[in-house]
Design a protein around this ligand. Structure first.
Ligand code: PXG
Length: 452
């Protein structure tokens, strides 16, 4: 092991980070995180941070869970790797598929495993097209997604995502992917009520289907709540209307559960909060609480039946599909979520507590809107809260608040001018209070700078 003081220099010399301007990062040096316990992480200077972001929306059961480490060790010793191709499986892969199916709705009974959320999105993308071709509708290929959605960084994932600055790199989106507007009332709702706006944005789906022709559209994909896009909680009218349109126009509904799944919204899956039933649902992150990389696609009976009866071979899969050690980590993680009733805890107890505490920030002069569902929340920064006027440089203002929080030992994510929280599901009331108090101090500090 090199001396810790050298690590930042070694990192700058050799490590190319995701979503980073490497020149800038190398000049400032990476923050080096060494250890985690519960809802806290520690850097190499020994500084402790409350992780209000659960790693990257994923460490649902918190850090330092020996049960998971031990389950991983046992599986490593027993069988560190075997594949799920050529008619084979391993006990953890099979048992994990069963457990996920048990928590998904009655109509979801199969799981295809991947190594990540991006691969899960690439997987359903092919699956949806194969599904329609197998039932005699080979022209149904187009996929409709949303502006500012996030579905990963692979070619299909980044195409499905609606981030223009990602599309600009690498000539995306690929053919056949189309985007409609997001249900972001605060920024884009104008004079409409949130309910009117929710309906209007949902009906953009119907208009897009008309434009492309129903016989050419395979699926619509959306996160139950857009995560990386800024925790955009849709108005109450949005999801029921989306579900109606998908049903009436015979389009597959795909809910990207990579963030919202496994308890984040107080349900096993985010679509259950909104009362809709997807045909396909990519998952990852909270499936293993990030302890090891694993993702998958939940497959409804409607789709599975066609694959079982019509398709034959699905020519798709990954070396690490159903990796036994990752599956063992996920199984133990789900056992903890069940045993500690973390989904119920988010729904009935810490979620409502968080909602009240988080909402208290609404009186701040710099806060335009405060939203949350379960343990996923956003604070919208505003220059003038009465008129919903935003700051001229939203990215800068969000980063300033984030940095003030970091200095005070709290990790939150800023997406533009929205401060995002997504803490571990085991967060205590005291830790929620601290998170809110530190964010308020950060807001005060930045507000003072802006006015000074
Ligand atoms: N779908 C959703 C909804 C996601 O949030 C992915 C797919 C892709 O998963 P993988 O495992 O391939 O990363 C994600 C990932 C951020 C941030 O800055 C969010 C994600 C990844 C990286 C950064 O909020 N989400």
């Amino acid at each position: 092991m090199p001396a810790l003081s050298n690590l930042a220099a070694i990192d700058a010399a050799h490590h190319f980070h995701p979503f980073s301007d490497m020149k800038k990062l190398n000049a400032s040096g990476s923050r080096i995180i060494e250890r985690g316990e519960g809802c806290h992480i520690f850097d190499n200077a020994g500084k402790r941070y409350l992780d209000g972001f659960a790693g990257l929306w994923c460490v649902n059961v918190g850090y330092g869970r020996k049960e998971i480490t031990e389950a991983v060790m046992r599986q490593m010793n027993e069988l560190p790797y075997y594949n799920t191709f050529f008619g084979t499986t391993t006990p953890p892969a099979t048992l994990l598929a069963e457990k996920i199916s048990a928590h998904a709705g009655e109509k979801i009974n199969h799981v295809f495993f991947t190594g990540s959320g991006s691969e899960a999105n690439d997987t359903w993308f092919r699956m949806a097209r194969v599904y329609w071709a197998a039932i005699g509708k080979p022209t149904k290929k187009a996929v409709i997604a949303r502006v500012n959605g996030y579905h990963g960084s692979t070619v299909a994932g980044a195409s499905l995502g609606g981030m223009k600055w990602m599309h600009e790199q690498g000539d995306l989106p690929i053919a056949g992917v189309h985007h409609i507007g997001q249900p972001y009332w605060y920024a884009e709702g104008g004079d409409m009520s949130p309910e009117e706006f929710g309906l209007a944005r949902a009906r953009e789906l119907e208009a897009k289907i008309d434009e492309l022709g129903e016989d050419n559209v395979a699926a619509f994909v959306a996160e139950p709540i857009q995560g990386a896009g800024g925790v955009i909680v849709p108005p109450s009218t949005y999801w029921p209307e989306i579900a109606r349109i998908c049903r009436e126009r015979n389009i597959l509904l795909v809910c990207d559960e990579v963030i919202c799944g496994f308890g984040r919204l107080g349900h096993w899956f985010g679509h259950q909060h909104f009362g809709v039933e997807p045909d396909l649902a990519p998952v990852a992150k909270g499936l293993s609480s990030g302890y090891l990389p694993i993702g998958g696609v939940l497959i409804s009976d409607r789709v599975a039946d066609v694959f079982l009866n019509e398709v034959g071979d699905f020519n798709h899969g990954f070396t690490y599909s159903g990796h036994p050690v990752c599956a063992a980590a996920a199984l133990e993680n789900l056992r903890i979520i069940e045993e500690e009733k973390l989904v119920e805890r988010v729904h009935d107890d810490i979620g409502p507590y968080f909602a009240r505490a988080w909402k208290s920030l609404e009186d701040h002069d710099m806060v335009g809107e405060v939203v949350s569902v379960g343990l996923m929340g956003a604070v919208q920064l505003a220059k003038d809260k009465k008129t919903r006027q935003r700051f001229e440089k939203p990215d800068e203002i969000g980063t300033m608040v984030r940095n003030e929080c970091l200095e005070r030992g709290l990790i939150l994510r800023a997406t533009g001018d929205r401060m995002l929280a997504s803490p571990p599901l085991v967060i205590t009331e005291g830790e929620v209070d601290r998170m809110v108090a530190v964010l308020r101090e950060g807001l005060d500090a930045v507000w003072a700078k802006m006015r000074g």
